[in-house]
Each structure stands twice: as C-alpha cells, then as structure tokens.
Design a protein around this ligand. Structure first.
Ligand code: GLN
Length: 235
C-alpha cells in the first residue's frame, strides 16, 4: 500500500475519514502530496473496521483491485459505515507484484487489520502461508505469526536483513492502533474525538505532526506512545 490511514476514537463514518477530507485517501489515490515512491495509488483500495456486531473482536473488510476514485458503490455505502476503529489504504503495486484484491490491505488474521506501505525483499521473509504472493501479504503473515506485541522487533530485524526495505506498517485490533515508520512518511492528528495515523495529512489542519522515522507508535484510548526502533543505519 502506498498510503494508509488508521482511526481510533469515537464512532465516525468511514466516509468522513476516507472520502470527505480535502486530501483524503480518495484524493491520495490519484494525487498524493507526500508520496516519495510511485506517482499515484490506482491499483486497489481496502477498508477494514470493527463495528461491534456480531463479534466486537472480529473486523469486517472491503477490498478491491480497482482505483478508489471511481468506486461509486463505496461512495454510496461509506457514509452508512460507522466505526471507532478503522484501517484503510490505497495501493500502488510494486513492480512484479500481483494486482488483485487479495494483495490489497488491510490483511487480517481474524483479529488484527494490517496495512503495509513500502517494499520488502520476499527472500528475507520466512516461508509462511499468505493470501497473496505480494510482499505485503507475506510481511503481514510473518507479523501475525510473530505476534503484534513483537511488531517493533520484527520490523527492526527485517529492516536489518533487507537494508533497502521500506516498512511502514499500520495495524489495529479494535482497541489499539500500532504503526511503524521505516523509510516512509507518517503523520498523526490528535482530535478531540480520537487519533488519526496517516501516511500523509488529509487536510491542512495545523495540528498534524510528523512521526519521526524508525519509530513504533502505539495509540490506545488513554495515550499515544512513541518508541525508537533499532536502526542499523543509525539515522
Ligand atoms: N509492496 C506493496 C505492494 O506491492 C506495497 C506497495 C506500496 O506501498 N506502494 O502492494
């Protein structure tokens, strides 16, 4: 994925996060402002969220291999989808990766939603069953197998094994948002009703802050925590 967004807070509509903001993911699908790798994100989109029914711990997902900007069904339904915890993404496929809905974030293990903005050499990942041969799907399967509590260590290890990797991951389980910065951009917006983590700001609100590179961010209803990750390049 080349641009992703996570929300933890009050119940809001999916459209208020993804479609309505002036520079939200819909606009980022054709005109991202801060993307360093790739020009646009036309290779699919995905939205996952927790809505409490029938099992509050099990997320719902809606993914497509078509561009977000032209999806009139999503545009029609998104204002009716409400959630306190959302992971959404638009994709710019890395050269050589399949373009299919199953290669599109968010990935899930049935409890966590996970998006990857970046690229990783699949040869450094352990052989793990994944829903697509895409690097991001394999990375997600590796992270799920190791457990999200080890996310920071897993990313630092993979980053050491593949110095060219870009490993911005965003994950949520309904009560926590976790994100890493590893050679891609990430911003945070602390609103009165919740917290947004996004690859780039979705509007010009002066309250957006840049998350420093090579960090782990954890958001709960109580606090936001930043932890520096071991970085072999030392930057
Ligand atoms: N490598 C991933 C893919 O091909 C993510 C790409 C990206 O972040 N631009 O889907």
């Amino acid at each position: 994925m080349c641009r992703h967004l996570g929300w933890l807070g009050a119940d809001v509509t999916v459209s208020s996060l993804v479609l309505e903001p002036r520079y939200g993911l819909r606009v980022q699908s054709y005109a991202p402002r801060r993307q360093k790798n790739g020009l646009m994100n036309a290779d699919g989109w995905g939205v996952g969220f927790f809505d409490g029914a029938p099992d509050p711990a099990v997320p719902r997902r809606w993914r497509s291999a078509a561009p977000l900007w032209g999806d009139v069904s999503f545009e029609s339904v998104a204002p009716a989808l409400r959630s306190h915890c959302v992971v959404a993404a638009v994709r710019s496929a890395t050269v050589g990766m399949p373009i299919e809905a199953s290669a599109t974030a968010p990935f899930t293990d049935g409890r966590w939603l996970l998006s990857h903005n970046g690229v990783v050499d699949r040869a450094v990942l352990p052989p793990t069953p994944a829903e697509s041969a895409c690097d991001s799907a394999l990375l997600a399967a590796t992270i799920f197998a190791r457990g999200l509590d080890a996310l920071g260590e897993t990313i630092a290890e993979i980053g050491a094994a593949d110095p060219a990797a870009r490993l911005n991951v965003l994950a949520a389980d309904g009560s926590r948002l976790l994100a890493t910065t590893w050679n891609e951009t990430l911003s945070i917006l602390r609103r009165d009703d919740g917290v947004v983590l996004a690859s780039e700001p979705y509007d010009d609100d002066g309250a957006w802050e840049d998350v420093p590179d090579h960090h782990l961010v954890e958001v709960t209803s109580e606090r936001v925590t930043f932890t520096a990750l071991d970085n072999p390049k030392g930057s």
